[in-house]
Design a protein. Structure first.
Length: 449
């Protein structure tokens, strides 16, 4: 019995061995990569005729060793390992991180796509009762169970595209009852979904409810919604990680946004908001002033805003799918990198931008924003995790971090970005905490022990 106890204590969950490449992204415990460091990601590369590389994940789901096959095998020793994967000819990269999504809704906005093609702008559709308002009506009519079922299906779609950590917003309730319904669906997915870690965001300030003024909507959020959510969090019935507001002309102005973000921070939530998307709102400066963790979009960010974000360590979450679909000017990604802002990426998955593929987002970041492939991977891993305050656990393959990784059916990891679609042929396995949660093809040899 004593021997069995000892063997159980040293049992490992997963060993991936013989990989041609292991893309660590970071190797010195960096919490984010900025400036030239974004292009200098850490990669273990097998030389011709040389040995491969291995990753060992412990029983708690965290990486305990990464390095040459022989070194990691010696660390394993005689201890049992639940699963061994022969990754000969394959690459290993960290699980991808999607730093900005709106995945909780029912209905679709297919009809609006034709309107956009005909020249209608986002705000024109919004002002006519479409856009967010249409989805709000659908969400208000839906049950919590319906919202959860649609959310679960979308989360599995994200996993299939390589995402293992995702930010998920509410924001289609625009009132306490609707926002709570969405947040409860997210909370249930947090507990039950085996393939993703979820960072939840309260986004009650996504639009001004019909018939309300900016001040009335702001007061509802400050006096009713945040206090109720805070009470539920303190009772352990709900967990909220971030607060978001759509800081935009015709939506929440800069002062209302400041008040809402400050209240969210007082509740213990990270400030992580929409800013400078359609009109210049000095959101970069606002993010620095309120101590925000991150700000998204930034198509209209000012030079002063970039410098303020760099100075205060605010992460820029860029969303190339949205700029592409809405024909917006692209955010100045290269200028941000040059000034030392940590640039992250998100899919902005929502009814207006139906894309849950972070590989496609990285491809667009390279072709439209001017990022290199190394920079795009850093933006979709360690920097995206930093935007959620989770880079100590996620975003790179390093000892002590979560054993989240992708096995790629290629000898060079860049194929994940170079290839514009059909990523199911590239991503062989998605691994979450040392367990295979998705397999696209029966190509990797797996051995159970």
């Amino acid at each position: 019995t004593r021997l069995a106890d000892i063997m159980d204590d040293c049992k490992y969950r997963l060993m991936v061995k013989h990989a041609s490449q292991v893309v660590l992204v970071c190797c010195h415990g960096e919490k984010s990569l900025r400036g030239v460091a974004m292009a200098d990601i850490a990669v273990l590369q097998r030389e011709e005729g040389g040995c491969g590389y291995s990753v060992l994940v412990g029983g708690d789901g965290r990486v305990v060793a990464v390095g040459g096959d022989a070194d990691v095998a010696s660390r394993l020793g005689a201890c049992p390992c639940e699963t061994v994967i022969d990754a000969t000819g394959m690459c290993v990269v960290p699980g991808l991180v999607d730093a900005h999504t709106h995945p909780v809704w029912v209905g679709d906005r297919v009809q609006e796509f034709a309107m956009k093609l005909a020249g209608a702008s986002y705000m024109e559709i919004h002002e006519k009762g479409g856009g967010i308002y249409y989805t709000v009506d659908c969400v208000r009519r839906a049950s919590e169970a319906q919202l959860y079922e649609s959310l679960q299906a979308r989360l599995w779609g994200m996993v299939g595209c390589g995402t293992t950590l995702v930010e998920a917003k509410s924001g289609y309730g625009l009132g306490l009852e609707g926002e709570l319904k969405m947040l409860r669906a997210i909370e249930r997915a947090k507990r039950e979904h085996p393939g993703l870690t979820i960072s939840s965001t309260y986004c009650g300030a996504h639009a001004i409810p019909k018939g309300s003024t900016v001040e009335e909507a702001t007061q509802s959020i400050l006096q009713e919604q945040i206090p109720a959510l805070r009470q539920l969090c303190q009772a352990g019935q709900l967990s909220v990680d971030n607060i978001d507001v759509f800081c935009e002309k015709g939506v929440f102005d800069r002062e209302a946004s400041r008040r809402i973000l400050a209240a969210g921070r007082s509740a213990g939530w990270n400030a992580n908001f929409h800013g400078d998307e359609i009109n210049p709102m000095n959101s970069g400066e606002l993010a620095a002033e309120v101590g925000a963790l991150a700000v998204s979009h930034l198509e209209q960010v000012s030079e002063e805003g970039i410098q303020a974000m760099a100075r205060e360590g605010v992460v820029a979450i860029l969303l190339p799918t949205t700029a592409h679909i809405l024909h917006l000017p692209h955010p100045p990604a290269r200028r941000m990198i040059q000034e030392g802002v940590a640039v992250a990426l998100g899919s902005d998955f929502n009814p207006n931008a139906y894309c849950m593929s972070m590989p496609l987002v990285m491809h667009l970041a390279c072709t439209t924003l001017g990022l290199s492939m190394n920079e795009a991977l850093a933006a979709a891993t360690i920097n995206a995790a930093a935007a959620l305050g989770l880079s100590e656990r996620f975003g790179s393959i390093e000892e002590g971090k979560e054993g989240d990784m992708l096995l790629l059916n290629c000898s060079r990891w860049e194929h994940l970005i170079y290839q514009m679609g059909c990523h199911q042929h590239i991503i062989n396995c998605v691994i979450k905490g040392g367990r295979v949660v998705h397999r696209s093809q029966p190509l990797c040899t797996m051995q159970e022990k």
